[in-house]
Design a binder for this molecule. Structure first.
Ligand code: UPG
Length: 376
């Protein structure tokens, strides 16, 4: 059978490999000149440092299957994401942990004392927080919220935290110990040769015809089934309107040696126009001493225009309604499956993308066995 996979990020590559391994011909198209989607990594021409072209990606997961899967295609070396944050001229550690609390309030509390202290600050009248702000006030109280989240979130989303869903903040842990690992997941690491090499190895199987710099719209042939990982609204020529995204601008600069001493520093004050600076050699600690120079990126967030790279789905009420209508259209579209971050308009971490793509492969097997292409 002939299949088309639109998009050569993790979702597309996993589906394409799965089909090709079962003897099918698969055309993979991506309009960018590279594979890997927004996880794409490449060597910086000036410094030699491996850079994450579309911003930092740290692999972390609790899903054994996703972890086992990616490791078949390259070596992942140990990496723990430890984020620093600057607020009002001082440096702290994130996510909010015992060191953050003690440094911020000038105290030396232990875990139990700190928990009681923060509970005393939290707004108990908010029993089921709906907005980002309600979530923050009920979790950490007003001081930490203002210092670390209010300004940063306004810069990141261009909206008042009262207008944003609580789920955005629920991504982050709050700890009453000195654990400053940004993630709670048991598996965490960085690919030794970068993400693009992993995706390359996934795609490296007979039966895949990879076409880069090629848009789906420009294809003339027809396929028995299309797996579409591009933006869902684009598939339908935006006929119900455009779904909102935030995009990122990166301001690159080079320095000698070590610029900031760590991979990511968040700038939480609203007066600072960027959200964070990432210094990419620190994402690969095993090779960071090889480079005499260092390359950093200041990250600015803004509303995505028509030609911008879409990053964060906004998913406010009007976008959710539009999305529901697009999902209705997608369900009635025969011969096409919509997958991944853009195909489903959800902010997915890499591991969730992989978990979902592997689950889609299981459904593909069942559908192929039933010899009916009513694919998910
Ligand atoms: N937030 C703040 N201040 C901070 C950090 C986060 O207000 O200093 C808010 C902000 O609204 C953000 C939300 O909390 O959107 C969730 O935080 P986080 O999950 O860290 O934000 P993302 O920007 O979505 O995450 C980026 C990467 C993600 C990576 C994470 C840590 O997209 O893949 O794991 O940064 O490096």
């Amino acid at each position: 059978m002939s299949f088309c996979v639109v998009g050569a990020g993790f979702s597309g590559a996993i589906i394409a490999r799965h089909l090709a391994e079962r003897g099918h011909k698969v055309t993979v198209v991506d309009e960018r000149p590279h594979i890997g989607g927004n996880c794409h990594t490449e060597r910086d021409a000036e410094t030699g440092v491996m850079i994450h072209k579309y911003g930092p990606h740290i692999f972390h997961t609790a899903d054994q299957r996703a972890w086992d899967y990616v490791q078949q295609f390259g070596t992942f070396l140990p990496y723990v994401n430890r984020v620093k944050a600057i607020s009002q001229g001082r440096v702290y550690t994130l996510p909010v942990n015992l060191l953050t609390i003690n440094q911020f309030f000038g105290t030396t509390m232990g875990p139990k004392e700190a928990r009681a202290f923060i509970e005393g600050k939290a707004d108990k009248s908010i029993t089921s927080p709906r907005s980002f702000e309600e979530q923050a006030l009920s979790m950490i109280g007003p001081e930490l919220y203002k210092a670390f989240f209010y300004g940063y979130t306004r810069k990141q989303w261009g909206l008042e935290p009262t207008e944003l869903p609580a789920s955005i903040l629920k991504r982050l842990p709050l700890r009453f110990n000195y654990d400053d690992n940004y993630f709670n997941h048991p598996y965490q690491g960085m690919p030794e040769e970068g993400y693009t090499a992993i995706v390359q190895n996934i795609l490296n199987v007979d039966g895949i015809d990879l076409r880069l710099g090629c848009s789906f719209e420009s294809l003339e042939e027809t396929f028995q089934h299309v797996f579409y990982t591009g933006p869902i609204d684009r598939f339908f020529q935006f006929k119900l309107g455009r779904l909102g995204y935030r995009t990122l601008d990166f301001e690159r600069f080079v320095d000698d040696g070590d610029h900031q001493g760590t991979a990511v520093i968040n700038y939480c004050d609203e007066e600072v126009p960027f959200t964070r600076i990432s210094e990419h050699k620190h994402f690969a600690p095993w090779e960071q001493d090889k480079f005499s120079q260092t390359v950093c990126f200041r990250e600015y967030s803004r509303l995505a225009g028509e030609d911008d790279v879409p990053y964060y789905p906004i998913r406010l009420v009007n976008e959710k309604q539009m999305l529901d209508s697009y999902i209705e259209l997608a369900r009635s579209e025969k011969g096409v499956s919509f997958l991944g971050r853009l195909g489903t308009y959800r902010y997915l971490d890499m591991d969730v993308t992989i978990t979902e793509a592997l689950a889609a492969c299981d459904r593909i097997d069942s559908a192929l066995q039933a010899a009916e292409l009513n694919l998910p």
